[in-house]
Design a protein around this ligand. Structure first.
Ligand code: HEC
Ligand code: HEC
Ligand code: HEC
Ligand code: HEC
Length: 511
């Protein structure tokens, strides 16, 4: 699946000249609230109502006179993990998770009835609606999870005028703007990072309790996750081409930048939620998933790499806050477009690192300022989603990431890999004349990827050595193939074994 997805990008070498096409005005990243009144009755239609052959349930893609492929429901149902998200709640892994969470108590709810699981494994909706719209659960992560509740737009969206309508008009009826990368990313991170409860959706949190009970660790990077989702659409946007179905050459770098900004926003919101007691919701703090897993989970040996502290960390033994890695990427993105506003946001985020890594009591985690920082990040994500990236900028980001390499942890090296892959893809597409240098980067990525793998039958990177991460030389040629065959799987496929015990399981997508 990923092969077809990335072919256009690879083939787009040199095709840079298309960017002046007229675009609809991009709208806000706000998810439009459901109408008041009987929201349950009016809001959702379910994925079944999109599945007619003439609508989105065609067997084959039909995009002759439209960019809508018409087989979206078919793709989702047959190839997309999201359509199985509810089904997995019945399998042994899910049974084990809820059994472990119950800690030996009898009479707990099965996973497919547990609100903690349905929050992300079914269409997100306000907590009070779950019981009355239980019929929607069996869709798993259905169409309305990403496109918004269809009650008010399902009729209008089939009309001729709809295609040319501005997103702001569509959003008024509750359709979410998935075309704009910033608002698209906001939808994904709601489940792939997590979210606090709002009037529009129940709280979504994969915390250390869930992970220790057996839930896979959540790891997100927008460009990679888009590449790993079987596409049921034609990528559009700046420099892209509806006609030739080519995504823009700078699409991967843009997706990375937007994704990191919105991921940071979602991460901070979750930190705030976890650290602060709100009405009826006592804080659980410190929350261990805020930190690098291998800060705590490791074997003890002399000369361990964890003792080589990176410059910002003062004490051996303090866990590394995950926000650090996102902040590093924010700083890199700011090197292209810095505003005092965003420099201020970066300083605030860096300021959080100290108290968080000292495992301060929750009262010391500054919550109030985080809302303001979140607003700035959202604006920055919106700007990045509108912005073209040229070859020089992509190269600058690559150089920054490679120069500032600070291999103090596995997570840091993994974040570097996940950043360099989309940057590499865009560089290849934007600057064919640099093929030789690109090939060298490709080789470094290959080595880095190898060093990130977990030893056979282990759930942690116990052979990882930051000093040599990415430095070992070996046959370079197959990396791109593996990347196309599934980036996420390729990082960690060594770690996969049938029915693994609940464990420090990182992102894995081979299926
Ligand atoms: C914050 C959202 C969220 C919550 C809450 C959540 N999950 Fe998940 N779950 C995910 C995501 C996202 C994945 C896919 C992880 C990945 O591959 O990156 C996943 C994956 C899984 C998997 C592995 C599926 C596979 O195909 O490999 C199982 C099993 C699972 N979840 C069960 C549960 C259970 C049981 C609960 C409730 C106790 C739960 N989840 C709560 C988001 C969530
Ligand atoms: C996990 C999120 C997700 C789910 C679930 C999902 N979609 Fe999408 N869909 C997207 C994204 C992202 C796009 C790209 C939007 C764009 O480029 O305008 C998209 C695009 C589309 C488009 C093309 C829109 C256009 O104007 O080009 C259609 C039609 C569509 N989806 C229908 C569906 C249907 C029907 C379902 C359910 C069977 C569904 N989607 C489920 C994320 C999702
Ligand atoms: C601050 C320290 C700390 C951090 C950070 C941490 N854990 Fe844990 N974790 C623990 C402790 C303590 C236990 C309980 C150990 C035991 O039962 O032996 C535990 C238990 C677990 C277990 C169940 C026991 C096992 O070994 O299978 C899993 C799985 C797990 N953690 C995964 C993770 C993952 C994934 C992360 C990162 C997202 C993480 N942990 C971050 C301290 C931590
Ligand atoms: C409503 C929650 C929700 C939303 C919104 C959502 N996802 Fe997911 N996603 C999940 C869950 C749950 C799974 C795991 C399903 C399973 O394996 O059974 C998953 C799995 C995936 C996978 C497969 C991961 C793997 O390990 O194979 C990819 C790729 C993915 N999502 C990408 C996206 C992207 C891109 C978006 C935004 C356009 C998005 N998701 C939006 C909940 C969500």
């Amino acid at each position: 699946m990923t092969i077809t997805r990335w072919m256009p990008v690879i083939a787009a070498v040199g095709a840079v000249a298309l960017w002046a096409r007229g675009e609809e005005p991009r709208a806000s990243t706000r998810l439009v609230p459901l109408p008041a009144g009987d929201r349950a009755a009016t809001a959702y239609r379910g994925s079944g109502s999109c599945s007619a052959t003439a609508c989105h349930g065609s067997i084959n893609a039909q995009s002759e006179n439209t960019h809508v492929l018409r087989n979206e429901h078919t793709t989702w149902l047959s190839d997309d993990a999201h359509s199985r998200a509810y089904q997995v709640l019945f399998d042994v892994r899910s049974q084990r998770i809820v059994r472990n969470l119950a800690g030996g108590a009898e009479g707990y709810k099965p996973a497919h009835e547990d609100a903690r699981c349905l929050a992300c494994h079914a269409t997100p909706r306000p907590a009070e609606l779950f019981a009355r719209t239980a019929w929607l659960d069996s869709d798993g992560v259905g169409c309305e999870s990403c496109h918004g509740p269809a009650g008010r737009w399902i009729g209008p969206h089939t009309t001729q005028d709809w295609q040319n309508a501005a997103w702001s008009e569509k959003e008024k009826l509750g359709m979410w703007n998935t075309e704009d990368l910033a608002s698209r990313s906001k939808v994904c991170v709601g489940c792939h990072v997590g979210a606090s409860p709002t009037s529009e959706s129940a709280g979504r949190d994969v915390n250390h309790d869930l992970i220790a009970a057996g839930h896979p660790r959540l790891n997100f990077e927008l460009s990679a996750f888009l590449a790993n989702m079987p596409p049921h659409w034609v990528e559009k946007g700046k420099n892209g081409s509806r006609e030739t179905r080519q995504a823009a050459p700078d699409f991967p770098v843009r997706a990375w930048a937007v994704g990191r900004l919105s991921q940071l926003e979602a991460t901070l919101a979750l930190t705030k939620e976890r650290a602060q007691t709100t009405a009826g919701n006592p804080a659980v703090w410190p929350e261990f998933t805020e930190y690098g897993c291998f800060s705590c989970h490791h074997d003890l040996r002399d000369q361990a790499w964890r003792r080589r502290l990176d410059p910002g960390r003062k004490t051996a033994g303090a866990p590394a806050w995950n926000g650090r890695l996102l902040a590093n990427d924010l700083e890199r993105i700011l090197s292209l477009d810095a505003t005092p506003d965003l420099q201020g946001a970066l300083a605030s985020i860096r300021g959080l690192t100290g108290p968080l890594e000292a495992l301060s009591p929750r009262q010391d985690v500054p919550g109030a300022g985080l809302g303001e920082v979140a607003g700035k990040l959202a604006r920055a994500a919106r700007q990045a989603s509108q912005r073209p990236f040229n070859a020089a900028e992509v190269k600058r980001l690559i150089d920054l990431i490679e120069a500032n390499r600070n291999d103090s942890s596995w997570d840091e090296a993994a974040a570097r890999y996940l950043a360099l892959v989309p940057l590499y893809q865009s560089w290849v597409a934007l600057a064919p004349e640099a093929a030789a240098q690109q090939q060298q980067l490709n080789e470094r990525l290959d080595a880095l990827r190898e060093s990130l793998g977990f030893p056979h039958a282990l759930d942690s990177p116990s052979n990882f050595d930051p000093a040599s991460a990415g430095a070992t030389g070996h046959a370079p040629t197959t990396w791109l193939e593996r990347q196309k065959a599934g980036l996420l799987a390729s990082i960690l496929d060594d770690a996969r074994a049938p029915d693994r015990s609940p464990s420090v399981q990182n992102h894995s997508s081979a299926r």
